[in-house]
Design a binder for this molecule. Structure first.
Ligand SMILES: C[S@@+](CC[C@H](N)C(=O)[O-])C[C@H]1O[C@@H](n2cnc3c(N)ncnc32)[C@H](O)[C@@H]1O
Length: 266
């Protein structure tokens, strides 16, 4: 038996060996990280944890989150995304303290941008917030296979013409500039000389990398890039392309447990 095991070990590819070893851990219950989490503190958006997200005790954060929800963007979303919104608020709070404007590419109805605008009291800041989107859904021609497959007709039908709605949502923010059209074509319409916050959420690696490349030199020290899809299973090319982007600039993506990625400009 031991002989057969040794021969199998030699013959099996590494991927299969790892899978078999995980299976063995589950069956023999030898890995405390695999199993059922009793009494989790949070279950949302692919994350089950018993660690404490004390932003949930922050009334102002919850108020900001609800402002985002009022855009209607989460109407068909499977569950809440508090933790992701918390990460965006953290990044925006940092960006608020440094020089430069805010940019979001991939806005849809404006959930995330509305949350952080409330959280940072954006209309009273001496900054501009550029919101870039087609505001009429995904330009599928420019999208990679895995991402097109993830965005099945049901998901796609949620992204419709919404330009007028978005204008209404942000009507009381004189420092918000809505830029309608396809990224990267619309990037030159962003007049900011310095950038403090760049949020990328277009489910399209090429468009996102193009935006990151376009803005990188304008980003001040400690400015943040927040990637929404970096760890998503369908975002294979995102990970590869942003890892390459970072390698050239000697930085790394901080991978977060709900799929976001965070890059800090040195
Ligand atoms: C997942 S949604 C963004 C969600 C948004 N961040 C929120 O907080 O709800 C992705 C958006 O990216 C936009 N988009 C995708 N590719 C684009 C491109 N090349 N140029 C402009 N917008 C694009 C789509 O129209 C869609 O509204």
């Amino acid at each position: 038996m031991t002989k057969i095991k040794s021969i199998l070990k030699l013959m099996l590819p590494n991927k299969i060996k790892i899978k078999l070893s995980r299976l063995k851990q589950i069956i023999t219950n030898k890995n405390e990280n695999i199993g059922i989490l009793v009494n989790p503190s949070s279950i949302e958006n692919g994350l089950v944890t018993n660690f404490i997200g004390n932003f949930m005790d922050d009334e102002f954060f919850l108020e900001s989150y609800n402002m985002g929800k009022q855009t209607g963007a989460l109407k068909n979303h499977p569950g809440e995304i508090y933790w992701r919104a918390h990460v965006a608020c953290w990044a925006a709070t940092l960006a608020k303290t440094i020089e430069g404007d805010f940019v979001e590419c991939g806005v849809n109805l404006g959930f995330l941008s509305r949350v952080i605008m409330h959280y940072t009291d954006f209309q009273n800041l001496d900054k501009k917030f550029y919101l870039l989107d087609t505001f009429s859904g995904f330009p599928l021609d420019a999208m990679e296979k895995e991402q097109r497959e993830y965005l099945n007709p049901e998901v796609l039908s949620e992204y419709k013409e919404c330009y007028e709605e978005v204008k209404t949502t942000f009507r009381n923010f004189p420092n918000v500039i809505i830029v309608k059209g396809k990224v990267p074509n619309t990037l030159p319409l962003v007049e900011a000389k310095k950038i403090a916050y760049l949020s990328l959420d277009m489910n399209n690696a090429d468009a996102e990398v193009a935006a990151a490349e376009y803005f990188w030199d304008k980003m001040v020290s400690n400015a943040v890039i927040l990637l929404d899809d970096y760890g998503h299973p369908s975002a294979v090319s995102h990970r590869r392309k942003f890892d390459e982007f970072c390698k050239k600039r000697n930085v790394k993506v901080l991978a977060l447990p709900q799929g976001q990625g965070l890059i800090l400009k040195p």
